[in-house]
Every structure is written in structure tokens, then in C-alpha cells.
Ligand binder design. Sequence first.
Ligand code: NZQ
Ligand code: ZN
Length: 403
Amino acid sequence: MNNFQYYNPVRIVFGEGQIKQLADLVPTNARVLITYGGGSAKRTGTLDEVKATLDNSGQREIFEFGGIEPNPEFTTLMKAADMVNENNINFILAVGGGSVIDGSKFVSLVSSLQNEDGSVSRDKAWEALTSFCRNIKSAIDLGAVLTIPATGSEMNSGGVINYSERHAKLPFGNPLVYPKFSILDPTKTLTLPERQVMNGVADAFVHVMEQYLTYPVNAKVQDAFAESLLKTLITEGLAVKQNPEDLEIRKNIMWTATMALNGLIGAGVPQDWTTHMIGHELTSLHGIDHARTLTIVLPSVMRELKDSKKDKLLQYARNVWNIINDDNQLTDDEVIEIAIANTEGFFRTLELPINFDDAKLDESAIDPIINQLKEHGMVALGEHKSNDLEVSRRILQRAAASA
Ligand code: NZQ
Ligand code: ZN
């Protein structure tokens, strides 16, 4: 196991009806900006529930900013940051999914980067984003009410921001934006369209894979933990399709997605975020949902990198898919191919795309993606930093050739 520090200060408040805890969790004298997305929080009544809880307690002043898009847009977030400054906001409450929470984290970090007239400097905010926001030294406190289990943003300090005009979707991270708390009420997920439920399961699945599918470092807890998260996502992902109203299934999906990216399984192990980094370019160029970019890319990453990931792929085959080959009837390559095919089968059952064809893309999509990876400095990806643009090209060629 490698050396590591593990720090995660997020208070998780889990369970049905727990939005009422906001009364105690949000400081009573705060000037609160409630942020939300394109309307689901309004439609489902969650926003009203949140406001009622906050209004009934304390001297808080409440402001609202709606309209944060899926794949949150830089330009929209700049307007929210101006609102923060104009109203002296000192607490942001994100009500929504990864996009709203990520966007709110970004607002929290960049609202202090001001021009002389007090407006937020778009140039400084963009510059901060291109350097991962790692040098920002102050941020506004933030909390979250999660409405879609997927990203883990509710319990981590990262985010991803889209800037359409620049064709850029860039990640950032800063410990200042660990949420002070996140409320996870699984009943809130019952209103999700099936597509979003499946997206969430797939995103969490790939988060685990990116921290697991590298090379062994004898990290027994992290490995066993990762495998149990993967197995849970497989069983509960298939189960929720059959029984979408079953709250017990929703509870397990929600907590699994949070655990998939809160730092725990990634501590002390190598990581490989190749699938995500290529996926971000697919979203920014083609508008494909985040999770669906991942299910398109992951099988090809597994095949292209099967030699360097061989030990972990065999472990994945045995411990996650129960492919036992003790009598050596199969070659290692055959075992690995079955595990990859099972992974694809799982995604397909959830009606997720697994190649270019499924996403109505063809070979002509490859060059622009490679150019974008170059532009964004994604030229040495993977646990060995050896996935250069040629490797990424081969991964994409596999995704384009697979049918
Ligand atoms: O915008 P509204 O109207 O709220 O609708 C949303 C949106 O259309 C809808 N929705 C959310 N909760 C709902 C609901 N509809 C009905 N009932 C509910 N309870 O679902 C749609 C998708 O929401 P979004 O927040 O975009 O989904 P998700 O949580 O999957 O977030 C995706 C974003 O997170 C980033 C992705 O890149 C993407 O931008 N990621 C963030 C990460 C992190 N912070 O650690 C890691 C991930 O790898 C990921 O990159
Ligand atoms: Zn993701």
C-alpha cells in the first residue's frame, strides 16, 4: 500500500425526511443562497421543503439562484457568483445533483476573485479553473441536499465545469469546498427519470473502476471495499430497473455512489482517470451525458490496457464476476475478455451505450477529441502516466470499431 493522508470532514445526514435537519445545520444568522438546476427541485417540491425548513428557524435571509445546467456552465455560474457578492452571501446551499453541487463549489471558490467594481472577474475565474482552482485560499461555506446519486460530489472536494464557448470541460479540486454537510434523502431519488438513475449507477461504477483497475499494491481493504461497491452497483442497478419504487434499493444505490468517490477507496492506491478525461471531451464536443461517455470509453480502455492492468483485471474477473479458472481451462486473456463482456452486458442491460455506434458517432469524431485532449494537457494519463495521445487514439479507435 502507498503512503497516504485521508481527510474527509463532510457530515452526512442520511435518510427519509432528513431535510428538516437543515434548521440546525445552516447557521441561524446566515445569508443563504439556495442554488438549484433546471427545474426538477421546484417541480418535485424539494425546493419548497428546503425553504420552509429554513424560513421557520432563525434570522436567516434566503436568496435563490436557479438554472444551473447539467454539466454546469461557467457563464451561468459567473452570474451566481455576482449574486453572492451583491448580496453578501455567506452560505451556499446546493439543492440538486452533481452539476448543481459542482457549480456551487465553483461559485464558492471564485466569488472572491473580483474586478475593481466588485463584479467577479471572468478572466481570473477562468485562469483559476485552468489551474484546478488549487491556489484559491478562501471560499464560502456550502452545504448540499442531494437529489441524484451519481457523482459523489456531496462528499468530496472536487467538481467539473463546462465552458461551451471554449469547448472545455475541466475538473477542479480544493479542500475548502468539502461541503459542511450533505443531506441524502433516498426518497428524493424516486422522481428521477430512469435514464438518470442508470446514469448514476454507471458513473459510480466507473468511479470505482478508475481507482481499482490499475495494478495491485496489496491494499486489501481498498480492494475488497471497491469490489463490494461494484457488486452492489451491479445487483442494485439491475434491481432498480425491475423495482423502481423500492426504497431499500434506492438507499443502497445512494450510499454506494457516495462511497464510490469520497476518497476512501482511492487512498493509498494508484488511480487511472483515463476514462473520465476522454469522457469529458465527448461531453464537451457532443453533449453526451457524463455517465454515458464513460460507458462508451471504459470497455475500450480495459481492452487497450489489458496487459498493464492484467493482474487487476484477473482479480476483477474473479472477485466481482465470479469467473473462477482454478483448473486453467481458460487462458488469462479469455478470462479477461469474459469480464469485459460481462461489464458491457451490465451496461447494455441498463440501456447505456458501450461504443461509438450506440452514441451515433463514427471515426470522424476521433481527431477532434485528440485535439481537445492535447489542448487540455491530457497527454500523460493513467496510473503510469503512459497513456499519451497515441494510446488515447487507439482507445477511441476500439470504441469506434466495436459494434
Ligand atoms: O436540472 P434539473 O431540472 O434539476 O434536472 C436534473 C438534470 O436534468 C435531473 N434531476 C436531478 N435530480 C432529480 C432530477 N430529476 C428528477 N428528480 C430528481 N430528484 O437530473 C439531470 C442530471 O443532473 P446532474 O446534476 O447533471 O447529474 P449528475 O449528478 O450525474 O451530475 C453530473 C455532473 O457531475 C460531474 C459530471 O462531469 C457532470 O458535469 N461530475 C462530478 C464529479 C465530482 N464532483 O466529483 C465526479 C464525476 O465524475 C462527474 O464528472
Ligand atoms: Zn464521473
